[in-house]
Design a protein around this ligand. Structure first.
Ligand SMILES: [Zn+2]
Length: 337
């Protein structure tokens, strides 16, 4: 039995020292000390040897077993240490590699343009108000001096919801709401979506306008000119502008305002139709009929109103030639702003 123990001891000792990895050593450990190990076999054999030899033999087996256990633990520690060291040496972290970038959204160019315009006009006292997108025939047309048989109604390509309700074709109805519920002085701008049944490279069925309205006891066309000149120069930098006589039912006199072409500096190009000028605003003195429809006395108040097409301004500011790009949600386009 003693010889058997010695051979088990030698074999186990060699296997432990010969283990190349911590996984190998786990296998050796279970083979040496586990339930079906040779040691367990020896313990069972103890019962078959003479009674007086059993204590000494048992003691010897335990001593060998303990020695092997200590050896296994020491070897395990060494193996784990060298394995960790070699994994650190081969799996280096390159801290100069770029990190994982999370996509960050940007403000839509239309939103940016609206914010820029309201910021400029806010500096000279215009409060920003909100209008409603569904209007009655009265607010969208009638009160703005666009009577039922007025040809301007055809120009607007209106979306009718029913016989009396429309999707607003312009932000001007907000003027009527504001004047109905307030007395002068009124100095507001109203940005918002408007709707017209029209679609091509320069027209979209949904687009954005900013309405401006100033009403007080005495307001002159010179103030309109001064306000819009300031606005345009802040927006495009100092640049020549011109006022052209025009017609709108809700203003009298009316004017369209051109800015010198920002693409060709007035020399003439495709964008400006070789005129050197770009139309960017419609404006005028509030028509007396409009004052009457909101219950103001047109002999006691005066005012001016203007309307800006936001997409038009954004296209000119950024040199964009197709309005539909704004609505296609192509991130390659949107991320440029
Ligand atoms: Zn031009």
């Amino acid at each position: 039995m003693k010889t058997q123990l010695e051979s088990i001891q030698k074999f186990s000792h060699d296997s432990i020292l010969g283990a190349k990895t911590s996984i190998d050593l786990d296998l050796v450990k279970s083979r040496t000390l586990g339930k079906s190990s040779d040691f367990n076999g020896l313990m069972k054999m103890l019962a078959t040897i003479p009674k007086e030899e059993r204590p000494e033999m048992g003691k010897l087996i335990n001593t060998v077993k303990n020695e092997l256990e200590i050896l296994i633990n020491k070897k395990q520690k060494d193996l784990l240490k060298s394995e960790r060291e070699s994994s650190l040496a081969t799996q280096k972290i390159d801290s100069s590699l770029p990190g994982v970038e999370f996509p960050v959204g940007t403000k839509h160019p239309i939103t940016q343009t609206i914010e820029r315009i309201t910021e400029i006009l806010g500096r000279i006292g215009f409060d920003t108000k909100e209008g409603t997108e569904i209007e009655t025939d009265f607010y969208n047309f009638e009160a703005l001096n666009i009577k039922e048989d007025h040809p301007a109604r055809d120009m607007h390509d209106t979306f009718y919801l029913n016989t009396d309700h429309v999707l607003r074709t312009h932000t001007s109805p907000a003027q009527i709401h504001e004047m109905e519920s307030n007395s002068p002085p009124i100095k507001i701008i109203v940005p918002g979506q408007v709707f017209r049944c029209d679609s091509d490279v320069t027209h979209s069925p949904v687009f954005h306008q900013i309405e401006g309205l100033y009403v007080n006891k005495k307001v002159s066309f010179a103030e309109l000119k001064g306000t819009l000149s300031f606005f345009i120069n802040e927006l495009f930098g100092t640049t020549p502008i011109r006022f052209r006589p025009s017609y709108f039912p809700f203003t009298e006199p009316s004017s369209e305002i051109d800015v010198q072409c920002v693409m060709c500096q007035g020399k003439g190009c495709n964008v400006c139709g070789h005129t050197g000028w770009l139309e960017i605003l419609g404006a005028g003195m509030v028509n007396r009929e409009v004052f009457k429809s909101v219950g103001y006395n047109p002999d006691e108040v005066q005012g001016f109103a203007f309307g800006v097409g936001v997409e038009r301004i954004a296209m000119l500011m950024h040199g964009i030639n197709d309005i539909r790009l704004f609505y296609e949600n192509d991130r390659r386009f949107l991320e440029q702003f």
